[in-house]
Design a protein around this ligand. Structure first.
Ligand code: GTP
Length: 307
């Protein structure tokens, strides 16, 4: 199954940077070396078994934007599964950015009215009053979207916010996410685990959690969350994605391959291990009598169920 993902926004807003961080495991510090994208760069990313993301990174210079919206309009906007539109929070051309955005929304409405729309207010690390700036820009974008269903996130390549946004994005593309979530709950019960989290292997984006659907629990804990996860940091999933990606990068620098991770702290034990060809699972228990070897064995035994 192939899903087309359009990555759009003004030149320099940060599209290629986020793509290289999420899909190529590059650190944020290397993004300054990226040149402007010429025309459209297409990539195929195998994601979770049969799902292939067909990423269209659309160079944002005005001349390219003008052709996307005129001669290439049907090519760009047809059969889109998700459009991600990136806005540089510090842009000096806010008015022009919004004009192009409106035009892209019209193209999407015409050729792919069912597409999910994600708007990223990016480079949030550059602003001081984050929530105030975010709220103001969000209202602006909602007005420009004229009632279309949109999801808005504040993001930066320098913190976990990018992982939160992208986990939500891929979550909309995975057809069986809720079934996965149910299976993870069963697995969590079997292991007496407080929580079980499923990550995609290359990106380390959160696919599903045992608590419930990640897109709803990750911004604010839901009332029906199990008591054992109450009071935990609501950013814990995206923080884990970010930390593991950084750790994986550190491993490649010393020519080692990341395989698995075990942690035994005074109040919890965590095991992160391969579950299927395309996923990793993290199991967290609060019971000190449960050994990591037992958790690893349970993961091994559960593998066939998740393949
Ligand atoms: P085009 O290819 O011309 O469309 O541009 P683009 O949207 O792909 O921009 P690109 O990813 O090349 O990023 C431009 C610059 O923004 C780079 O120097 C990045 O390092 C920087 N950048 C990207 N994301 C962030 C961010 O979250 N915060 C900050 N401060 N800088 C960022």
């Amino acid at each position: 199954m192939k899903r087309k993902v359009l990555l759009m926004g003004a030149s320099g807003s940060g599209k290629t940077s986020m793509r290289s961080l999420i899909f190529s495991n590059n650190p944020a510090s290397l993004t300054a070396r990226l040149g402007a994208t010429i025309d459209v760069e297409q990539n195929h990313v195998r994601f979770m078994g049969d799902l292939i993301l067909n990423l269209w990174d659309c160079g944002g210079q005005d001349s390219y934007m003008d052709t996307y919206l005129s001669t290439q309009r049907p090519t760009i906007f047809q059969q889109v599964g998700v459009m991600i539109y990136v806005f540089d929070v510090e842009s000096r051309e806010n008015h022009k950015d919004l004009e192009y955005f409106r035009d892209c929304m019209a193209g999407l409405k015409q050729y792919s009215p069912e597409a999910a729309i994600f708007l990223l207010i990016h480079k949030m690390d550059l602003v001081r009053e984050r929530s105030q700036v975010f709220d103001k820009r969000k209202v602006e974008l909602e007005e420009a979207s004229e009632g279309a269903k949109i999801s808005v996130f504040g993001t930066s390549i320098y913190d976990e916010s990018l992982y939160k946004a992208w986990s939500n994005i891929v979550h909309t593309l995975i057809p069986n996410a809720s079934i996965l979530s149910r299976h993870l709950s069963t697995f969590a019960e079997a292991c007496n685990a407080a929580e079980v989290i499923l990550f995609e292997r290359t990106t380390f984006l959160v696919i599903a959690t045992s608590s419930s659907n990640p897109s709803s629990t990750r911004s604010s804990p839901e009332p029906h969350e199990t008591p054992s996860t109450e009071g935990l940091d609501s950013k814990r999933y995206e923080r884990t994605s970010e930390l593991i990606k950084a750790f994986k990068y550190a491993c490649t620098r010393v020519r080692e391959e990341f395989r698995s991770l075990e942690m035994e702290m005074y109040d919890f034990t965590a095991v992160l291990d391969e579950l299927t060809k395309n996923t990793y699972v993290m199991v967290i228990v609060h019971d000190p009598t449960i050994q990591t070897a037992a958790l690893k064995m349970n993961i091994r035994l559960a593998r066939r169920k998740f393949e």
